[in-house]
Ligand binder design. Structure first.
Ligand SMILES: CC(C)(COP(=O)(O)OP(=O)(O)OC[C@H]1O[C@@H](n2cnc3c(N)ncnc32)[C@H](O)[C@@H]1OP(=O)(O)O)[C@@H](O)C(=O)NCCC(=O)NCCS
Length: 202
């Protein structure tokens, strides 16, 4: 596997690969560093000609960046990476390029889309659906049968109550309590969460 990104999140993913004994050939990063990953692993900026049949995982937390890069990357998409101390139910599905970090739970029949990050200790309860290119920050709870659209950012410790629907491209502040449905591209926070402004669509 090749990681795309050499920052903090990439380091977390790289450590999971080591635990799982999945070889990592290195990382692409279009910047000049300094990198959090060992500099010796830097394969340079992205190039479709470098190890073209090796799967690439987009390892940065910015949802928009992951979404844009997914349109550009020519390598195969890596299968999901799941920390050995996360729990993913056998009846759940986790899409390609997604990452499930330590202590996270993806419960029965839940669905997590491609390139989504289920960060440390986040919980996606049974039958919940989380779209592609989302970031569920540490400690988020997505209640049972709730839905989170594509490219949503959910801040640390936020709770989305069961059966609530969060539209595409929403930003939910850390510690928020989402009691009601949120339309697409809403920025909301608070306890209970209230819409604050629109999040520009990509
Ligand atoms: C929601 C968020 C994205 C808003 O960021 P922002 O647009 O830069 O907003 P600001 O910091 O300018 O705050 C604007 C106002 O909203 C309030 N506010 C911001 N986030 C809030 C939150 N989560 N809960 C309650 N109030 C919040 C601020 O206190 C401020 O109030 P004021 O105008 O009365 O001073 C950000 O505050 C947040 O919660 N980020 C989550 C970070 C996180 O969990 N990261 C995990 C990384 S792994």
């Amino acid at each position: 596997m090749i990681l795309y990104g050499g920052g903090d999140h990439a380091l977390a993913v790289w450590e999971i690969l080591q635990l799982l004994k999945i070889p990592c050939e290195g990382f692409f990063d279009d910047g000049e560093g300094p990198f959090t990953l060992p500099a010796a692993l830097h394969l340079g900026p992205y190039s479709p000609e470098v190890l073209p049949s090796t799967p690439v995982l987009l390892a940065m937390t910015d949802n928009t960046v992951r979404r844009n890069l997914s349109l550009r990357v020519r390598h195969p998409i890596a299968p999901p990476v799941v920390h050995p101390r996360a729990y993913v139910s056998a009846s759940a599905s986790v899409g390609p390029g997604a990452v499930v970090l330590a202590g996270a739970v993806v419960h029965s029949r839940a669905r997590v889309g491609a390139h989504t990050i289920v960060n440390t200790g986040a919980v996606v309860e049974h039958f919940a659906e989380v779209g592609s290119f989302c970031h569920l920050s540490p400690g988020v709870i997505v209640g049972c049968r709730s839905r989170v659209g594509d490219a949503c950012f959910v801040g640390s410790g936020a709770i989305i109550v069961p059966k609530a629907a969060v539209g595409e491209g929403c930003v939910i502040g850390a510690g928020s309590l989402v009691l009601k449905d949120l339309p697409p591209f809403t920025r909301a926070w608070g306890h209970p969460a209230r819409p604050q402004s629109e999040n520009p669509s990509p």
